[in-house]
Design a protein. Structure first.
Length: 136
């Protein structure tokens, strides 16, 4: 598997507008995109911090994955995403190495990326996302 860099850090938030204001007005970052991913029941906002993106995630449905996360754990870091080449091959490799896959095949994510998640029970407690930009 070829991981090239940290693609983004996903942060679950209760209120996207309030969180955007914090990141812009307090930390001085600039939100460059807001997007809803209906399939994942989430609205996202993105910031560049050096070479790494921060992705704020607000649930659009309390029964969605971010809604459940917020109910159980509150706001905070939700996942760590790595850019990977050949996502299908990376998933096969992870499966062969005994990693529990949440997604056995890639699905559509924000910013047009193909994504797949690895279960935190087999990644030492870190929900891990693998991303591939098919346009690059």
């Amino acid at each position: 598997m070829n991981i090239t860099h940290i693609e983004h850090i996903g942060i679950a938030v209760k209120n996207l507008e309030e969180s955007i204001a914090y990141y812009e007005n307090v930390l001085g970052f600039k939100c460059y995109a807001v997007e809803e991913v209906k399939e994942q029941k989430v609205k996202t906002a993105f910031f560049m911090v050096g070479q790494t993106k921060l992705e704020l995630l607000e649930s659009t449905d309390p029964e969605g994955p971010i809604g459940k996360f917020l109910e159980k754990k509150g706001e905070g870091v939700h996942h760590l995403a790595f850019a990977a080449q050949n996502l299908e091959g990376a998933l096969s490799e992870m499966d062969e190495k005994g990693v529990t896959l949440i997604d056995k095949t890639p699905r559509k994510g924000a910013e047009g990326l193909s994504i797949a998640f690895l279960h935190p029970k087999s990644t030492h407690g870190v929900l891990t996302e693998l991303c591939e930009d098919k346009n690059k």
